[in-house]
Design a binder for this molecule. Structure first.
Ligand SMILES: Cc1ncc(COP(=O)(O)O)c(C=O)c1O
Length: 468
C-alpha cells in the first residue's frame, strides 16, 4: 500500500473532546485518577527503591532509571484494564509486555545526554533563584535573560526562525501553556472582542490535528474561545477566528501552511518539530506567534519549558498576563537548566574540537533514520499498514537534501481492520493513539517514534509477527 504525502484536508472531527488516555482491553476513556494516585503512593511507600540511578560517562549528572528486573509489565487478564499511566516509563522487556507508544515521550534522547550530560549539568545553591522576578525591564518579566540569549543563539545556529530584530520572547511551562496563553491573547485583542460581540472565537486546525488542541481549548469551557474542529470544513465569515498551524504536523509529520483564506483570522504556528532531526530546515520562519519547546528539540520534556517568538508587543504582553495569572511566571530552576542544555547544544556545533558525538541534531537524525528505515521495511513486508511517503528537501542547516523523519508514524490499517488503535492494543499489546482523537478516522493510529531503542525494537518484532 502506498500513501502519498498528506491530503490537504480530512473529514470533520467526530469527537473533538477525545481524551487520549484509555484502558488496554476496552475503549473506556475514564481517567482512573484514584488508581494513578495509588500507584504514586505505592512508589513513595517503596522508598523510591524502584528507581535506580545511573551515572553518565562524564560521571556527573544522574539519570533515574528502573532496574531491569523490575520493569516488566504483566499482561492483564481479559477483564482487567491497564491504564496508559501504568505502562508509561516502563520498558517492554518480553514478548508479553505492553509496549506503550501512545505518548511522544522523548526518551530517545537519553543516550545523547548520557554522553553529553556533564556539559548540561546544573547545581543551584539554596539561596539562588528565590525571587518571582527575573527581569523587570522586560515585557516578559519572568524570562531569565540568559535563557533568552541562548534561545536567540540556537535559532541563529539552526536558522529555523527569526528570533532577533525586536521579536519578543515569552517563556511558558511547556509550549502547552503558551498555546493557551496565545488563545487568551488573541481572543482578548480589542478589535476581536468588538467583532465577536460576546461570542467565543472559533479555533480550528487542519485534520488530523494534535489531540491536545481540542482538549485544551475546551477544558474550561471558556467564554473567550471554543474548539470548532477541522480548518478544512470551516467557513470563515466576517467574524474573527484562530487557526493553529502545526508544522511539521503532529500526528502525520507533514509540512503545513494555513488553510483558511480570510483576513479575519489570527494564526498560531506550533513549530515544536521544526528542527533538523525531524525535517528539512528550508528557511527561517517569521510568523506572528511561533511556539517551540525543549521537549521535542532537546528531549527535556520533564523540564516543562517552551518559548514563544511573538512579533506584536501587545500580544506578547497579554500572553505574559495569562501566565502571570495562571502560574505567576515560569520556574526559574527550569530556565536555569535549559540555559545549560541549549548552551551545550550550540557549543556542540560552535566550539572548535567539539566532536561528532556532541552534535545533537546529527544524533537525532541518525537514530530516527534507522527507526524509519526499519519501520518501512517491516511494513512493506507484512502489507497490513500503509504509511505516508515523504520527499527529500534541501535542509539549509545540514547543507544537503534530507528526508523528513517525523516524531510519529501515522499508520493506516488496510484490509478489514476498521479500528487500528484497538487492533494493535488488543491483538498485539501495543498502545498507540487512535485516529479519532486527531479528528481523523479509526483506520489511523499514531505511533510514537521517540521512545527508547528497546521499546522500538520490540515494536518492530511485534509488527513482523503480524499475519492476517
Ligand atoms: C505539536 C506539539 N506542540 C506542543 C506540544 C507540547 O509540548 P510541551 O511539552 O512543551 O508542553 C507537543 C507535545 O507532544 C506537540 O506534539
Amino acid at each position: 500500500m502506498q500513501f502519498m504525502e498528506s491530503r490537504q484536508c480530512l473529514q470533520k472531527p467526530s469527537n473533538p473532546f477525545a481524551e487520549p488516555k484509555r484502558c488496554l482491553n476496552c475503549s473506556c476513556r475514564h481517567i482512573r485518577t484514584a488508581h494513578f494516585v495509588v500507584s504514586i503512593l505505592l512508589s513513595i511507600h517503596n522508598g523510591g527503591s524502584r528507581l535506580g540511578s545511573l551515572r553518565n560517562k562524564a560521571g556527573s549528572s544522574k539519570v533515574q532509571v528502573k532496574p531491569k528486573n523490575l520493569v516488566k509489565v504483566e499482561m492483564p487478564s481479559a477483564t482487567q484494564e491497564i491504564n496508559v499511566n501504568e505502562t508509561t516509563g516502563s520498558l517492554a522487556m518480553s514478548v508479553d509486555s505492553v509496549i506503550n507508544l501512545d505518548r511522544g515521550d522523548p526518551k530517545v534522547y537519553e543516550k545523547f545526554w548520557l554522553e553529553n550530560g556533564a556539559a548540561a549539568a546544573v547545581e543551584i545553591p539554596g539561596w539562588q533563584k528565590i525571587s518571582y522576578f527575573s527581569d523587570l525591564t522586560n515585557l516578559c518579566w519572568f524570562l531569565e535573560p540568559d535563557f533568552a540569549a541562548e534561545i536567540r543563539r540556537l535559532h541563529r545556529l539552526v536558522g529555523n526562525a527569526v528570533a532577533d530584530h525586536g521579536r519578543h520572547i515569552v517563556v511558558g511551562t511547556g509550549s502547552s501553556q503558551l498555546f493557551l496563553a496565545s488563545l487568551f491573547a488573541l481572543s482578548t485583542a480589542p478589535e476581536v472582542a468588538v467583532a465577536c460581540n460576546g461570542r467565543p472565537v472559533p479555533v480550528v486546525s487542519s485534520a488530523p490535528y494534535f489531540s491536545y488542541y481540542p482538549a485544551a481549548t475546551d477544558l474550561l469551557k471558556s467564554g473567550l474561545f471554543r474548539w470548532e474542529g477541522d480548518a478544512c470544513s470551516f467557513h470563515a465569515g466576517s467574524t474573527p477566528y484562530i487557526e493553529v498551524v502545526c508544522s511539521p504536523r503532529n500526528p502525520d509529520g507533514s509540512a503545513r501552511t494555513a488553510i483558511v483564506k480570510s483576513c479575519n483570522g489570527k494564526l498560531i504556528h506550533d513549530l515544536a518539530y521544526y528542527w533538523p532531526q525531524y525535517t528539512a530546515i528550508t528557511g527561517a520562519m517569521d510568523e506572528d506567534i511561533m511556539l517551540f519547546t525543549v521537549s521535542k528539540c532537546t528531549g527535556h520534556a520533564g523540564t516543562r519549558l517552551g518559548w514563544a517568538l511573538v512579533k506584536d508587543a501587545e500580544v506578547a504582553r497579554r500572553m505574559t498576563k495569562f501566565i502571570e495569572v495562571n502560574t505567576i511566571g515560569v520556574s526559574k530552576d527550569s530556565q536555569y537548566r535549559a540555559v545549560r542544555i541549549l548552551k551545550a547544544v550550540c557549543d556542540g556545533y560552535e566550539l572548535e574540537g567539539a566532536g561528532e558525538s556532541a552534535k545533537l541534531f546529527h544524533f537525532g537524525r541518525k537514530v530516527m533514520a534507522r527507526r524509519w528505515e526499519k519501520l518501512r521495511e517491516v511494513l512493506a513486508a507484512n502489507k497490513v499498514f500503509g504509511l505516508m511517503e515523504f520527499k527529500k528537501l534541501h535542509c539549509e542547516f545540514m547543507g544537503k537534501e534530507t528526508l523528513p523523519l517525523p516524531a510519529f508514524a501515522w499508520l493506516e490499517c488496510g484490509r478489514d481492520i476498521e479500528d487500528c488503535e484497538s487492533f494493535l492494543r488488543q491483538k498485539h499489546k501495543v498502545l498507540t493513539r487512535g485516529g479519532k482523537d486527531f479528528g481523523a478516522d479509526g483506520k489511523h493510529a499514531r505511533v510514537s517514534m521517540l521512545g527508547r531503542d528497546e521499546d522500538f525494537d520490540m515494536f518492530i518484532q511485534r509488527l513482523k509477527a503480524i499475519r492476517l
